[in-house]
Write a protein of this length. Structure first.
Length: 269
């Protein structure tokens, strides 16, 4: 069976699609067969990223290792069983289509609570939750007192992950390996960084996730999207000498892949 990776949270702007594309493409470059699904049916940022990559590779004649992208199939409501949800059926059909030909299936969730996202979380073998380095985003995981230190209790997204864990346990499936990555880190606000780090570490022990290294805020990520490229593709474009920022970004990606500890994956790049 394919190992299912879900990238999700319930806030936009945390870099989910950038993380999704870099993880999926890295696995493809390491020789694994990777299928992707985008559950943001309106924006489809991951789907557009993969399409941009395919178009750019064809235009430039570059054999770039790439994940495949699968749209959610349309379903005739007449085919549904009594009480069956149409979105459940569409996601199941997409997973079934990718399962036989993929080592990994990566699902990118929208930045909001939807039925599709809820079901996808229950399918996750590995769950990656990118989080901006801000207590505004932290509030999605837990409610925190005004002192910025005392955790009052889990919040809406953490409760949704808990429910997904319960569903997997009832089905006899292995538990979700949940990683929270502090993403889009800036060079300033050291006091806020220290408070966020302490709060994340404390919450990790309380509700059971691992803390993964994230990406710093870099212009390069925004520049790569129109061509569907990732940090690992720069040398294929003839960039023989990377600048310090790009080298640091590659190391951040390497650290993330290592932290994910996916089956059969050695971050040798």
């Amino acid at each position: 069976m394919a190992h299912i990776i879900v990238v999700g949270n319930e806030k936009g702007g945390a870099g989910k699609s950038t993380v999704s594309m870099h993880v999926a493409t890295t696995l493809a470059r390491l020789g694994h067969k990777v299928g992707t699904v985008d559950l943001d049916l309106r924006q489809k940022s991951l789907g557009r990223y993969v399409e941009n990559r395919k178009r750019f590779a064809e235009k430039e004649g570059l054999p770039l290792p790439s994940p495949t992208y699968h749209e959610l199939p349309e379903v005739d409501s007449a085919q549904l069983q009594p009480g069956e949800n149409v979105y459940d059926h569409r996601l199941s059909a997409a997973i079934a289509a990718l399962e036989a030909e993929s080592d990994f299936i990566l699902i990118d969730c929208p930045g909001s609570h939807t039925r599709l996202s809820q079901v996808a979380h229950s399918l996750a073998d590995t769950l990656i939750t990118p989080l901006n380095d801000s207590f505004v985003d932290f509030d999605m995981l837990a409610r925190i007192d005004s002192d910025g230190d005392t955790i009052l209790g889990p919040s809406v997204y953490a409760e949704m992950v808990w429910n997904a864990r319960q569903l997997r346990a009832q089905a006899g499936l292995p538990p979700i390996d949940w990683l929270v990555m502090r993403n889009r880190l800036g060079a300033q606000q050291m006091v806020n960084k220290q408070k966020m780090e302490a709060a994340i570490d404390k919450l990790a022990r309380r509700i059971g996730f691992r803390v993964a290294p994230g990406f710093n805020e870099r212009v390069i990520f925004r520049e790569l999207f129109p061509r569907g490229l990732t940090l690992l593709d720069l040398k294929d474009l003839g960039v023989k000498q990377l600048n310090i920022s790009n080298i640091a970004a590659r190391q951040e990606l390497r650290d993330l892949i290592k932290a994910l500890d996916l089956p059969g994956v050695t971050p040798d790049f």
